[in-house]
Every structure is written in C-alpha cells, then in structure tokens.
Ligand binder design. Sequence first.
Ligand SMILES: NC(=O)c1ccc[n+]([C@@H]2O[C@H](COP(=O)([O-])OP(=O)(O)OC[C@H]3O[C@@H](n4cnc5c(N)ncnc54)[C@H](O)[C@@H]3O)[C@@H](O)[C@H]2O)c1
Length: 307
Amino acid sequence: MNKVGIIGLGHVGATAALVMAQRGKVGKIVLVDKNQEKAQAEQVDLQDQIALLNTDTQVVLQDYEANKWEQLQDLDVLIFCAGQIALLKDHGGQRDFELHMTSKIAAEVAPKIKASGFNGVIVNITNPCDVIARLLQEQTGLATHQVLGTGTGLETARLHHAVGQALKHNYHDVTGYVFGEHGDSMFPVWSSVQVAGQSINNWSLNLDDLTQKIVTGGYTIFAGKQYTNNGIATWVNLITEAILSNANRALPVSAYDPQLKLYIGQLAIINQSGVRELVKLPLTKTEAQNYQNSAQTILENYHKVAP
Ligand SMILES: NC(=O)c1ccc[n+]([C@@H]2O[C@H](COP(=O)([O-])OP(=O)(O)OC[C@H]3O[C@@H](n4cnc5c(N)ncnc54)[C@H](O)[C@@H]3O)[C@@H](O)[C@H]2O)c1
C-alpha cells in the first residue's frame, strides 16, 4: 500500500490531501499539524469525502506531541507544507518574508522526522522552497536525492499556458521549462521551449512580456485570495505519483546541484528513489548567467538562517 504523509494542513496541505483522495492512488494518508484540532478536522472532512467517492484511502493522524512520530516510519513520501502564509499579507505575497518563521519550523520538525526512522522521499513546498528543501535535507540527514522541492513546476505550467494562448496553440503542445529559484529570480529557459515540435524562435513573440507574466503569476493569485492552493496541490500530487510509481519522469523540481551545493529549480528524473539524476539542458550564455544569479539569491537567503 502506498503511504504518504502531509505536514502542515493549511490551504496547501488540505488541498493536496483533497486532490490525493480524489485521485485515489494513495492507500494511506498521514496528517500532521501543530494545530491538532485542524488536523483532526481535516481527517473527518476527508473521511466524509472519501465515503462519497469510489476509493478506499485511509486517513490517519500523527499526534504532534508524541515522543516518536511512529506513523512516519514507513511512509513512501512526505510532503512538507507547514508555514504561516498570513505573514505575507502585508508584503504582497513576497515568499522570502516567511524565511525566518519557516526555517524555525523546519528546525523543529526535521529532528522528529529523523527520529521516526522515515527513509522515503520528502517533497518540500514550504517557502522559500529551495532554502527550506536544503534545510530539511541537512537536518534530517537524508541523502540529497531523497529530498526535493516543488521548485518551478507551477511556473512551467504557466509558461505552457501563456505561450499556447499567445500563439493560439493548445498548451499541451508547448514544452520547455522555467528554472532557478522559486522566487523572483526564476527564468524561463526560452531555448528549451518548443511548440508542436518547433523552436519558439520560429515565432516573433515578446518574450520579455511573457516572462513577466510567468514570473509574477503567483502574485496575481495571492493578491486576490491571500494564498495559493489549487495549482500547487495538483503539482505536488503529480510529483508524488511519479515517485510512487517509479515513473522515471523528467520534471522541473528543486533538486540538489552538487556543484553549487544547494537546491535549485532544474530538470530531474524522478523515480522511487526521489531524484534519480539531473538532466543538464544546454543553456544559452544569458540563461547560464540567470541560473547563477538565482543560485546566488538562494545562497544569500540560506546564509540568513543557516544553523
Ligand atoms: N512552493 C510553492 O509553489 C508554494 C505554493 C503555495 C504555497 N507555498 C508555501 O506553502 C506553505 C503553506 O502555505 P499555506 O497557504 O498552506 O499556509 P497556511 O498558513 O494556510 O498553513 C500552514 C499550516 O502549517 C501548520 N504549521 C505551522 N507550524 C507547524 C509545525 N511546526 N509543524 C506542523 N505544522 C505546522 C499551521 O498550523 C497551518 O495549518 C507556505 O510556506 C507557502 O508559502 C508554496
């Protein structure tokens, strides 16, 4: 039976569980939240939902105060999305404003994950995503391939949509990726973008305008509802299913770059071990510079909170 844990049952964690229950590919979901009333509420709500679906997912709680988090021991995947999104309210959704809070949460929870004997794959969502992925890896002592972040997957989906719309093509026929920090320094790898098998360079598009739309899309969502949930909940389920089914799928995630010694959004082959290997796409000079700039931003944030 596939078993997946979710730590943090706010907008993101609760929606990730909802999508998971609907897709019906996970046998057991373990819920963990410091706010135990919230976790219990989500458990009952999900059980109501599952009773109305043609699925059999079990939903159980991990007692936050327990000495040992037994329920985590044999999980295949652990989704980390604990945080405090309200902190961003007065800062226009700027992800970095959660850094001091979320790095403390990671420091509180990582030893509990470690002590549970968990040996699966952690998928981090919590912002700043690349920094928190690194902190979780370092503080749980798991191998670097066992920890990844959701990275620039949402922005990659947004790129497909924006280009498809601009060219009146179906977005499923658009391929290519957004790389770098899950933050303002992320960048579309335009040299990787193809539409129905043809380079994006075959069309004359205003790539600067499209870049702006792709990079700032998260702020548009945040401005209207003060959180984002649907896209990320679906994306984390796609990553989780690629791990569970040993799919060997190339996905744009935040993965460990051994040269830079940090987590950053790039293309990686995902299977049951987590990151099987990185796919090193050829980058133009400007894209390679953008990647380095993004890495620098991630590193600066990491050093603000590194133990
Ligand atoms: N990577 C992405 O693309 C992406 C997208 C959306 C949101 N996020 C991030 O995901 C995180 C969660 O967002 P949200 O809107 O669900 O936030 P939220 O404030 O609605 O929920 C956070 C939850 O974490 C819980 N929590 C806090 N401290 C905890 C701890 N020590 N242990 C366990 N649980 C704890 C809270 O009780 C709460 O239920 C934020 O960091 C947000 O920025 C990332």
